[in-house]
Design a protein around this ligand. Structure first.
Ligand SMILES: Nc1nc2c(ncn2[C@@H]2O[C@H](COP(=O)(O)OP(=O)(O)OP(=O)(O)O)[C@@H](O)[C@H]2O)c(=O)[nH]1
Ligand SMILES: [Mg+2]
Length: 221
């Protein structure tokens, strides 16, 4: 296949995805659901943070989660312990979620009872950036263990996100995390992007994160 043919195919795939995403956005709007797309490299702590978020937020609002992985339903098993509706999307090698996969896995979720729908994307700092999932909020995670310069190396993911979460701050001292360098890298690729610092282990920063996720801040303590 020639390069220009490949470009045409890729453009067609992305346009098809955008059409599905527009359909999803209309569904979310009519049910009053806020969709939150969590993106990061593998192992940054998306599932660990979601375990805490689902458990806490379920006390005051309707929450549900879709979780994407290339293989296994390990994450859905972890998240289902919260009691919230959770569905695993196994992509069988695909390195990102696409809008039609979200649509297909919503069949057994009652969106009218869901105020916030979390979508945990496949761990990958490149491919998910190009795929709109109809979300109202894209949240990118950066852990203290993965290197402060990740935003500079993967700018599309960080510039396309609405909020950054620095995770695993309980480990910051142990790994000599350079907080100023990480914040500077984030601001250089996405000036003005809000940043929340969390630990799923200690719970620090989780309330501040919830305040960003809810359209109107609810006291969840
Ligand atoms: N100390 C510490 N460890 C954490 C924290 N969050 C996650 N971890 C650990 O980091 C590892 C990866 O966490 P996951 O939640 O599975 O990461 P993930 O981003 O969902 O990974 P993928 O779904 O594979 O992309 C696990 O061993 C977690 O226990 C945290 O806040 N502090
Ligand atoms: Mg996970």
């Amino acid at each position: 296949m020639t390069t220009s043919r490949l470009v045409d195919v890729r453009r067609g795939v992305l346009e098809g995805n955008d059409a599905w995403a527009a359909h999803l956005r209309a569904r979310f709007s009519s049910s009053g659901t806020r969709a939150v797309n969590l993106v990061s490299s593998p192992g940054t702590g998306k599932t660990a943070l979601l375990e805490v978020l689902l458990t806490r937020m379920a006390r005051t609002c309707g929450v549900a989660a879709l979780v994407g992985d290339c293989a296994t339903d390990n994450d859905a098993v972890r998240l289902a312990r919260s009691g919230a509706p959770v569905r695993q999307i196994v992509t069988e090698g695909l390195c990102h979620l696409e809008a039609h996969l979200i649509d297909a896995h919503l069949a057994t979720i009652d969106l009218n009872a869901t105020d916030v729908l979390f979508i945990e994307n496949v761990g990958n700092l490149v491919c998910p950036a190009a795929y709109d999932l109809g979300e109202s909020l894209r949240v990118v995670l950066l852990s203290v263990t993965e290197g402060e310069d990740k935003p500079l190396k993967y700018p599309a993911m960080f510039s396309s996100s609405d909020l950054a979460v620095i995770t695993k701050v309980d480990l910051a001292e142990a790994v000599d995390f350079d907080r100023s360098a990480a914040l500077a890298a984030l601001q250089s690729v996405h000036p003005g992007m809000p940043v929340v610092e969390t630990s799923a282990r200690t719970g620090v920063g989780v309330d501040a994160l919830i305040a960003h996720l809810l359209p109107i801040h609810t006291d969840i303590s």
